[in-house]
Design a protein around this ligand. Structure first.
Ligand code: FES
Length: 129
């Protein structure tokens, strides 16, 4: 049911794990199946310099998380925010229609991390005024 690229990312996922001193941590969950993803970011000068993930989910969710980390690394926060679940699925060469919702998990966790990073930066700026 999965294409070769999805299977390759599922069996050999990139950037799995946790960044202990992450600048931001984002989370997402799928209410239907109960799967969850956590994404960890290191950010320097508005660029994602490192990214890792932990996903408790189906094969498609793991493959999406893996390919998402490859897409986001080295991107500016604005560029990374523009990555959609559709982009993630396309990067994998497509997902079976009943698995399209699994790609939401990764894009949402990334967006959550970026939004939290921006909120934190804003709060720090306010404090230093
Ligand atoms: Fe839950 Fe795929 S079935 S994310």
């Amino acid at each position: 049911m999965y294409n070769e690229k999805v299977m390759e990312h599922f069996t050999n996922p990139r950037n799995v794990g946790e960044i202990k001193d992450a600048d931001a941590v984002g989370e997402s969950g799928n209410f239907k199946c109960g799967d969850t993803m956590t994404v960890y970011l290191k950010v320097k000068d508005d660029v994602i310099t490192d990214i890792k993930f932990k996903t408790f989910g189906c094969g498609a969710a793991i493959a999406c998380s893996s390919v998402l980390t490859e897409m986001a690394k080295g991107k500016t926060l604005d560029e990374a925010l523009a990555i959609t679940n559709k982009d993630v699925a396309e990067q994998l060469g497509g997902l079976p229609p009943i698995k399209m919702h699994c790609s939401n998990l990764s894009a949402e966790a990334l967006h959550d991390a970026i939004n939290k990073y921006r909120q934190k930066s804003l709060a720090q700026q306010e404090q230093s005024r």
